[in-house]
Ligand binder design. Structure first.
Ligand code: 2BA
Length: 109
């Protein structure tokens, strides 16, 4: 068994939830925050049998897309002006950032 941890953009989370349900893949959604953009994203925890991992990854891939996002400059407000970038910077936020972890034990009481 594996645990898939998938961090996706909020805009894709409802579509992905529905697609996972349609494929009978169980998931838990957590509200999360990206460390770089400091904006909300959604983390899916999916416990799944080894044999169905590829299917789950395919569903994630099909329902999440990457987007360019502008990072607005934030005034240092008396802080370190050396790292201050006075113009917006565009970054590409991935469709999904995915970790696949081995599960030692799975139980439900
Ligand atoms: P954020 O940390 O808010 O990052 C959003 C996007 O900003 C990233 O997209 C990347 O394009 C850019 N970025 C992040 N750190 C950067 C840096 N130090 N310098 C320049 N650009 C940077 P993604 O790579 O697709 O990541 C999307 C979200 O997935 C991240 O949101 C974070 O919540 C999560 N994530 C990505 N890599 C991770 C990792 N190794 N461990 C845990 N979470 C991760």
């Amino acid at each position: 068994m594996k645990l898939i941890v998938a961090i996706v953009q909020d805009q894709d989370s409802n579509r992905l939830s529905q697609a996972l349900m349609k494929n009978n893949i169980r998931a838990t959604k957590l509200a999360s925050t990206g460390g770089f953009l400091k904006s909300g994203n959604t983390t899916f925890m999916i416990g799944i049998e080894d044999i169905r991992v590829e299917k789950a990854l395919q569903v994630i891939k099909e329902n999440c897309r990457s987007r360019d996002q502008l990072v607005a400059p934030v005034s240092p407000m008396g802080g370190n002006a050396d790292s201050y970038v006075p113009y917006p910077v565009e970054v590409q936020v991935g469709g999904a950032t995915v970790f696949v972890l081995p599960i030692e034990q799975f139980m439900q009481f």
